[in-house]
Design a protein around this ligand. Structure first.
Ligand SMILES: CC(C)(COP(=O)(O)OP(=O)(O)OC[C@H]1O[C@@H](n2cnc3c(N)ncnc32)[C@H](O)[C@@H]1OP(=O)(O)O)[C@@H](O)C(=O)NCCC(=O)NCCS
Length: 282
């Protein structure tokens, strides 16, 4: 497999059970009707969870992730949308019983990304390459330092500018999160023991696939990472437990995402009014 591959983000979707999708929430302003339709087509417990978000932006990202999961599962299992049953495991990872299907969602700022795989464990993480914390970058780095191995920290601090350091930080963070999301533990494990050794720099709109993973000092060569720098704005990493070729991300429209959706719950005026009254973001 090539370690650096050029790709086109807007290419056609593969017909197999391996998919990569993106949705841009930045230009999506759902009407009350849209919100009614989609909130009725997710499972009631997910609808309730999403209803608790204070800001529209968070509710939008989370519901889009749910719709991607529902779309993927109904498409590949041929089970009608309304009969799909997504469960959450003990660490809150959405999973489905009875199929060798693995999927994962990540959101940051405007983008929601999804990876679906058959017979392969998958985790995905996306980060906007822009520091948005309230603290200074130095203070942020001082706190985050404890999650990194000293070799990783050296690479992060090799950058000459603050921007280069932040971009390197996000690269390592996406690698770590994609791995703990694939294994399902999430951030409950000691991230310092999970050490990544990149062999190539990230290049805009190319896949890099040769980064190595060491856990407790041991090389875990079964795990592969498809790292993608989208337009210099976002870093996306897909972590897989078996080596497969990277596949292109396809931008979904709202229509494509919802055209096979079926209603699961009844009309809920109050729920929709509450969403419409929320502010977009802090
Ligand atoms: C998984 C985790 C790393 C996600 O971090 P994040 O960067 O804020 O979020 P991302 O946007 O990348 O991913 C969020 C999505 O990952 C999925 N997810 C949730 N938990 C997950 C897990 N343990 N493993 C993999 N994926 C998970 C969900 O689809 C979630 O979307 P949702 O919040 O809209 O339902 C973090 O929430 C975590 O460590 N969770 C596990 C520990 C925990 O909270 N356990 C609670 C037990 S009830």
């Amino acid at each position: 497999m090539h370690s650096v591959l050029k790709t086109f983000v807007h290419s056609a979707m593969t017909s197999s059970n391996r998919v990569r999708w993106v949705f841009d929430c930045g230009n999506w302003f759902p009407s009350k009707n849209d919100w009614s339709k989609i909130s009725r087509s997710i499972q009631p417990e997910e609808k309730e969870r999403i209803g608790r978000f204070v800001f529209k932006r968070d509710a939008k990202s989370s519901i889009i992730g749910q719709l991607m999961i529902m779309k993927y599962l109904s498409q590949v299992t041929h089970i009608p949308w309304s009969k799909i049953k997504i469960k959450r495991d003990q660490n809150n990872k959405p999973v489905i019983d009875g199929f060798d299907l693995n999927f994962n969602v990540s959101h940051d700022e405007n983008l929601v990304v999804f990876a679906g795989e058959q017979n392969n464990t998958v985790g995905i993480d996306i980060m906007r390459n822009r520091y948005k914390g309230g603290k200074s970058v130095n203070e942020f780095f001082r706190i985050m330092h404890r999650n990194f191995n000293s070799k990783e920290w050296q690479v992060i601090n090799k950058g000459c500018t603050e921007e280069q350091k932040i971009n390197a930080f996000y690269r390592f963070w996406c690698l770590k999160e994609s791995y703990v999301k694939a294994t399902g533990t999430g951030l409950t494990v000691n991230l310092k023991n999970i050490c990544f050794v990149p062999k190539s720099d990230l290049i805009k709109n190319y896949f890099v696939t040769n980064t190595q993973l060491f856990v407790d000092g041991q090389l875990l060569s079964d795990w592969v990472f498809h790292e993608y720098l989208y337009d210099n704005n976002y870093t996306v990493t897909v972590c897989l437990n078996k080596p497969v070729d990277p596949i292109n991300f396809k931008f979904l429209t709202f229509e494509e995402l919802t055209n096979s959706a079926e209603m699961i719950t009844d009309v809920d005026e109050l729920y929709c009014n509450s969403f419409m009254a929320k502010s977009d973001c802090p």
